[in-house]
Write a protein that binds this ligand. Structure first.
Ligand code: ATP
Ligand code: MG
Length: 201
């Protein structure tokens, strides 16, 4: 007896079943609006996911904007590319808080980045807005939680916002439509491998 045809037939039946289940779910999803996406957790891939979504929208000539919280003084390949493409890009230029060690200066820079974010959050032309590393502004209480949640909730209906960063606030998770937690199974850095240009930044 040849077991291969049986295996093929079983695979085909399983795929047909899966196809029907997916088609059913696609049919059920009828609401058309932008979403709030939160990419959190300790693993690598949060900012790259956010920038990937921005690039996806740009591929269809849709308008995008980026506000980069925390890491403004660091080099960033995506920033250089998107600025060349004319994407509005606000950078909170103070660097990490453990480098600046100046809370008042950090708060002022966070407020400035938030003011830029609010302008984007009120612009119905913007299809995708990336608020990279915003989560830390809420955990350090540099920004007012209620104000941030209200502005996110009242954004234009077609606008998608991607927020990245570790330790997303539970209220942010509650408000979001899509939340992914990136888990570090392994990271090259832990094995002593240096972060690489064009890969890690
Ligand atoms: P990426 O920008 O690569 O998508 P990320 O946004 O998920 O990373 P951040 O916490 O913003 O992660 O990390 C900033 C830098 O630290 C990036 O260079 C990233 O590659 C690196 N990094 C991310 N996760 C880890 C980890 N678990 N251990 C060590 N380095 C990490
Ligand atoms: Mg990041």
């Amino acid at each position: 007896m040849n077991p291969v045809p049986d295996k093929n037939a079983a695979h085909k039946a399983k795929m047909q079943q899966q196809q029907a289940a997916v088609a059913e779910r696609v049919k059920a999803a009828q609401e058309k609006r932008g979403t709030l996406i939160v990419i959190t957790g300790n693993g690598k891939g949060k900012s790259t996911s956010g920038f990937g979504t921005v690039v996806r929208a740009l591929g269809y000539d849709l308008k995008t904007a980026v506000v980069q919280y925390v890491k403004g003084t660091w080099p960033c390949g995506e920033r250089d590319l998107l600025q060349k493409l004319g994407v509005p890009f606000h950078v909170m230029g103070t660097g990490f808080t453990w480098d600046t060690q100046d809370r008042d200066k950090d708060i002022a820079a966070a407020q400035e980045a938030w003011a830029a974010s609010k302008v984007f959050l009120a612009d119905p032309e913007i299809h995708v807005l990336l608020l990279d590393e915003l989560t830390y502004m809420l955990s350090y209480e540099y920004l007012d939680l209620e104000e941030v949640l209200t502005a996110l909730a009242n954004r234009p209906v077609e606008q998608t916002v991607v927020i990245t960063g570790r330790d997303a606030h539970p209220r942010l998770i509650e408000l979001a439509d899509t939340v992914s937690e990136v888990q570090p199974v392994k990271h090259a850095f832990d094995a002593g491998i240096k972060a690489r240009k064009g890969v890690d930044w």
